[in-house]
Design a protein around this ligand. Sequence first.
Ligand code: IMP
Length: 206
Amino acid sequence: MKPDLSVKPKLVVASANPDKVADLVRLLGERFEVVARPTDAPETIEDQDTLEGNSVKKATEIAEFSGCAALADDTGLFVAALDGRPGVFSARYAGEDASYQDNVDKLLGELSGVGDEDRLAEFRTVVALILPDGSGVTGEGSVSGVITSEPVGEQGFGYDPVFAPDEGEGQTFAQMTREQKQEISHRARAFRSLEMALERAGNILG
Ligand code: IMP
C-alpha cells in the first residue's frame, strides 16, 4: 500500500514561547503537523552549559512526556568583547525574569565605550528532534554581525533591535521583514541543517 502523503508526521514543540512557535510553523509547517507543547508538561530546567545540551534535554523530556517526536531549540548570542557572554544565558542575562528590554539594556550597558570594530557577535541555534525512545538528530545554525550602539527597528523580538547581521547591509534584524530575517537567520539555518540531518538519518519519523 502506498503511504498517505497527506498525513504529515506529528511534531510536538517543546517551547511555549509564541514567537518561537510561530517561527517553527512557518519553517516546518509544510512538512510536519506542528503541535503546541502540552500545557501540563513539566518545565525543563535548562541547566546544561551548551546550547546542544539544553535543546536535547528539552526535546527528550517532552518526547517522553507526550509519547510523540518532539522538537526543541536553544539559542544564544555570543559577543566577542564579552568573552562570549551572554551565550547560553541569553534569556536570563539581566536576571531570572528579565524582559527582552532588560536584556538589551544590560548588553548595551556592558558594551558602552566599546568601539564599532570590537562589537562583533554571533547568534547560534541548536535544534534537536528527539523520538520517545531517546534517539534523534540535531542541527546547528549561526549568523555573524555586530551589536549596534542603540536599538533600531520595531520588528522581531529579543536582541533583534541591536543585532545587525553582516549580510544585512547595515540593517538590524528588527528593521527586516520576517521573510528577510528568515533568509539568513541562525534559527532558519539550524532548521535547514536539521532537515539535512533528518534526510541522512532516513525517515526516522516513520
Ligand atoms: P531561546 O533559547 O530561543 O529561548 O533564546 C534565548 C534568548 O535569546 C531569548 O530570550 C531571546 O532574547 C534571544 N533570542 C533567541 N532568538 C532570537 C532571535 O532570533 N532574535 C533576537 N533574539 C533572540
